[in-house]
Design a protein around this ligand. Sequence first.
Ligand code: PLP
Length: 386
Amino acid sequence: MDGMAAIYLDNNSTTRVDPEVVEAMAPYWREVYANASSQHIMGQAARGAVEAAREQVAALIGAKPREIVFTSGGTESDNLAIRGVLDANPNKRHVVTTAVEHVAVLSLCSRLEQQGYRVTFVAVDSSGRLDTDAFASALDKDAALASVMHANNETGVVFPIAEIAEIAASRGVPLHCDIVQSAGKIDVDVRSMGVRLASLSAHKMHGPKGVGALYVGSGVRVRNQQVGGHQERDLRPGTEGVASIVGFGRAAELARKRVVENGRSIAELRDRLERGIVEAVTIARVNGDTGRRVSNTTNIGFEGLEAEAILIALSEAGVCVASGSACSSGSVEPSHVLAAMGIDERIANGSIRFSLSHETTDDEIERAVEIVKRTALRLSALAVPR
Ligand code: PLP
């Protein structure tokens, strides 16, 4: 690693907790440690902090505080939204989603199919754009819910959620939107977007891991998936993780303040990284719609190379990135997102996701471009033509 700190370009996996967030959380372990459901003054102080955080998270997405349910993260929120709506509408047995959702949604949908539900996975084109006509025609009378993500975690491609929500609303189907990768990166206003449920996760916006939220628009019927106490309006029983929730609130507040300015400067760095790589490495091409992406993400395919080999070589050189592929039983499977886009396997198998944050510096991008260039050229010299 040349004695230098690692260059962290894996912010879609998780982000560094902001020092201001750590500071905001600390008193809720040290001093205000009471249960937020306790009626004494210490419990009331903890309750006050949870409710303040609810307001901060609501403000980030244009919701009302009472529409925010704290959960353990994006995965739980996705599960609670989809299962919760199905359980509240037992006469409807169809879910409409897309082929490129996060595994939190896709794995649940596979489970639902095994349990006798019908699921439609709407296709995308080679740029990752949703087939909105296919989406519209999938919304039949049996559809209990549609679940469509806002920004894709692998490519950063943003779906036109307002348009999708309008189609869903015209057919009387509530839309759940996974906004885990868009909240804090681009403007998200659940009301103007027309989504009825939305999943969030704190650790993607410089908050702590293990806490998230589900936005449940007023009037949407959701059944709890856990039974116990009456926390979170019965929708998510269990003692609230006060410090984590406080950290999430502070992270949401910081993200709201930074969203516009950060978006611009992060996009500049992302574009510089992308250009630097594509111009110097002839086998490199960008996956996904470059005109409609969150500002921090680029997914680059290195034709004929193996993503795992690139990832490991970059890691050894001090650059932390991700590949969308999943290693199962010894063989590497290409990312389901790139497969759904119909990306040629020789590119998909060599695709790397670079994801930046406001903490990424000019110098890091300059160094990363050089390291990626060197690595790609070295690996392609070694690659056996297939
Ligand atoms: N949805 C999307 C789009 C994500 O990118 C992720 C995390 O990678 C999740 C859901 C899951 O969130 P969590 O890690 O908080 O469970």
